[in-house]
Design a protein around this ligand. Structure first.
Ligand code: SF4
Length: 324
């Protein structure tokens, strides 16, 4: 997720989000969260990804629109550029270490853009009104700048990732499954694990770092549950501002995230059963594709497609959700 200075985030532009990308109007991309695939309404599966958890924390009604109603969303330039940049950074590691240079990485941009258009034809709509290709050229140049900035933050010639674009999934004792895609996993000779995520947005202000780290702690919890190893370091690489945010988690951090996710899932289940999905307007509504269906903007949600029971305290719980 790209992080804004408002302490919350606009739609994710990473493949972790591509792992469960914003719902798109075109053919669904491969996803770690099948619940976001556009189509017939569905009961949420007993699984959470960081993006869908963040959706519910941001606005329960947004979660409903994405997971249950599966309303389509238009691709955005920022999110699509994020996907493109991530693809370039991943592919660069195919080259021998000495050849992992900035010029080579930038040279990968056009080819990866072609591949992205092939796999997700709907992204071409972004530039349908740009017959001269000027806006596309600027957009690609910005992608190249983001790629180039990475070399001021990390040296890929000295890195040998254990995993790239790693799909992870773990089941908690409660039966809730946690899933997602981690951009990069580094493992030191000593066995210490570092989880790395690239962001094409800017680093958050320090007071909002906890929200930014939520996704990383989520992944750390999954790794801990899967491998019985607490990652030594969580690292967010902000290509938009040229910052690196790190955090060294301890088991208590991850236990806290697990409790948080279980409470979140309880609230989601209650809302699913009662049909009581509260809108929670914030500045992020500006990024929401569903204002036409949102009561906060004079819209009406589609008829609720699932059976309901009488509402209880679930709505009050929805209002307290947050990343920390
Ligand atoms: S417009 Fe805002 S309040 Fe309405 S569904 Fe979207 S995020 Fe929620």
């Amino acid at each position: 997720m790209e992080t804004s200075t408002e302490g919350a985030s606009r739609p994710d532009s990473s493949p972790a989000a591509a792992a469960d990308p914003p719902v798109t109007a075109g053919p669904a991309a491969a996803t770690a969260d099948t619940a976001v695939v556009t189509g017939a309404p569905a009961t949420p599966p007993a699984s959470l990804s960081p993006s869908r958890a963040s959706d519910f924390m941001q606005c329960p009604l947004l979660y409903r629109f994405r997971v249950i109603d599966r309303l389509p969303e238009k691709p955005s330039e920022a999110a699509t550029r994020g996907t493109l940049v991530h693809a370039v950074l991943e592919r660069l590691f195919d080259a021998p270490p000495a050849e992992r240079t900035a010029p080579r990485a930038k040279a990968l941009v056009p080819g990866q853009w072609d591949r992205l258009r092939e796999s997700r034809p709907e992204v071409a709509e972004l530039f349908a009104d740009d017959p001269e290709g000027e806006r596309l050229a600027r957009w690609l140049a910005e992608a190249e700048r983001l790629v180039e900035r990475w070399f001021t933050l990390e040296d890929p010639s000295r890195l040998e990732p254990a995993e790239r674009e790693l799909f992870v999934e773990a089941e908690l004792d409660s039966g809730l499954r946690l899933r997602g895609i981690i951009d990069r996993v580094d493992v030191a000779p000593t066995g210490e694990v570092r989880i790395v995520d690239y962001k094409t947005g800017k680093a958050p202000r320090p007071e909002y770092a906890e929200g930014a780290l939520f996704q990383m702690k989520f992944y750390a919890l999954v790794i801990w549950r899967l491998k019985r190893v607490v990652p030594r370091r969580l690292q967010l690489v902000y290509l938009g501002s040229g910052d690196v945010l790190t955090y060294d988690p301890v088991p208590a951090d991850l236990e806290r995230v697990e409790r948080k996710l279980l409470a979140l899932w309880d609230a989601i289940r209650t809302a699913t059963e009662t049909g009581d999905w509260r809108p929670r307007p914030t500045k992020l509504c500006g990024w929401c594709d569903h204002q036409a269906h949102c009561p906060e903007f004079g819209g009406t949600p589609p008829p609720y497609p699932l059976p309901v029971r009488a509402a209880d305290s679930g709505g009050a719980q929805q209002g307290r959700m947050g990343p920390d």
